[in-house]
Design a protein around this ligand. Structure first.
Ligand code: ZN
Length: 441
């Protein structure tokens, strides 16, 4: 059960740290880093083994620069060593599980402890409060039903920073009507969901949805889409860079000079193709969590490209800035009934399917306007493919409200996946001609 005193303590300290002098922040970061490295060495078999193999001791990693001596932790390693990555101080069944399909369509399961869960909530709130969220604001979040129930009875009774979730699986017109009734102060959610909502509001002229500002996170949208959201709602749109593995990583403040990076809970590095740290320009984002003791992640590569920035923000916050490359922008899917879906809706739906843990990798391709191919590589197990096929089709129809005349599903089980010509792997893709999307994307 969430300890709200601890969560508010985290939030209070974080709000203050955002204005600390840079050298004080760095000292704090390095101290937490030494703690987590020592802890991982002492308690986490996977990292203990890695240190031993490299001939390193925790004392060799005294600061974030020394961290470059440690190799990248890959998704593959996590997938193959989940039990060995859990601290001996925790029982795996008592930890909260989170899952992602990341950028590869390969399910990845992670565990966090209660304190980490509270810290994540505090991190998200710090970003929102920095943009002007107030304690009793009506805060509407378009999100996965996975995240429902995030507020407790106590939190609802006292009405403090309570998010009201709206399911990302509702079709956008239902979302819009639901949100209109809620009269939100803050409109928050996946960036693509906020974009689709803005388009619906514009189309239907729902001018009564008047938040003070909008927040998009978890995926990146382009500048013209951001401008559209701001134009439709006549309020600012603040972008947040986050992922399942670490929650918020960096976020825009009202000055929007760049993204303030949460360096008091993460070490964020940018690396080249060889895993070497680059000191300027762009690189793959590699993060080390400073607080998740249940399952520490040291130098984990997320799969996004970020750009370092030496700019200072006029807002006075000293958390350093970074910029983003629109690396994760996926194209939207249009359905035969006129609905537009974010690819994320599909990946979230997949991650909630009862046999998701049995999938080694999956990919969804829209072949025709009313037909989808779902290709799945299963792990070696005893689950009957016929059962998975039948249940998956019924499940997707139900959760995405897709009747048989709107979409057919063709489930195919494969032994392996190949990359496309660009070397990239799109988990959800449409092979419809671009003319379909004119005016939508
Ligand atoms: Zn700022």
């Amino acid at each position: 059960m969430t300890n709200y005193f601890r969560a508010f303590y985290y939030l209070h300290s974080m709000m203050q740290r955002a204005y600390w002098k840079s050298d004080r922040l760095m000292k704090f970061q390095n101290k937490q880093l030494r703690n987590v490295v020592r802890y991982a060495y002492d308690n986490v078999p996977f990292y203990h083994r890695k240190f031993r193999e490299l001939g390193l001791k925790p004392a060799d990693i005294a600061n974030s620069e020394d961290l470059a001596r440690f190799p990248i932790t890959t998704k593959k390693e996590i997938r193959e060593n989940l039990h060995d990555m859990i601290s001996r101080e925790f029982k795996i069944q008592e930890l909260k599980g989170i899952s992602t399909s990341g950028s590869t369509g390969q399910p990845l399961f992670l565990k966090i402890c209660e304190a980490e869960d509270e810290l994540r909530k505090a991190k998200h709130l710090r970003a929102n409060i920095s943009c002007g969220q107030k304690i009793r604001d009506r805060w509407i979040v378009i999100t996965s039903p996975h995240h429902f129930g995030v507020s407790t009875k106590l939190q609802r009774v006292i009405g403090v920073y309570v998010p009201t979730p709206v399911s990302v699986f509702y079709d956008v017109s239902t979302q819009a009507l639901t949100i209109e009734k809620m009269n939100p102060d803050i409109l928050d959610g996946y960036s693509s969901s906020i974009l689709l909502l803005a388009k619906e509001v514009e189309r239907e002229g729902l001018r009564t949805i008047k938040p003070r500002f909008t927040i998009g996170g978890a995926e990146l949208i382009d500048d013209s889409s951001r401008r559209l959201v701001e134009k439709v709602f006549s309020v600012p749109f603040y972008d947040q860079y986050s992922c399942i593995e670490f929650n918020t990583i960096s976020w825009q403040c009202p000055e929007k000079v760049g993204y303030h990076t949460d360096i008091d809970s993460l070490v964020v590095q940018f690396v080249d193709n060889d895993g070497e740290v680059v000191n300027e320009g762009s690189g793959e984002v590699v993060c080390t969590s400073l607080f998740n003791h249940a399952m520490p992640l040291i130098r984990y590569a997320i799969g996004d490209i970020g750009v370092q920035s030496n700019d200072e923000c006029p807002c006075g916050r000293t958390l350093p800035l970074m910029k983003m490359i629109e690396g994760r922008k996926d194209s939207l899917l249009i359905l035969s009934d006129g609905r537009i879906l974010s690819p994320r809706t599909f990946t979230i739906a997949m991650s909630m399917f009862k046999y998701y843990a049995q999938f080694d990798q999956f990919r969804i391709v829209q072949k025709k306007i009313d037909s989808f191919q779902v290709r799945i590589k299963m792990k070696k197990n005893n689950v009957d493919e016929g059962v998975v096929e039948r249940e998956l089709i019924a499940y997707l129809r139900n959760v995405l409200c897709l009747s048989t005349d709107v979409a057919s599903f063709d489930i195919e089980f494969v032994d392996d996946f190949s990359l496309d010509r660009s070397g990239k792997f799109k988990i959800v893709e449409s092979s419809l001609p671009q003319s379909f999307f004119r005016g939508f994307s």
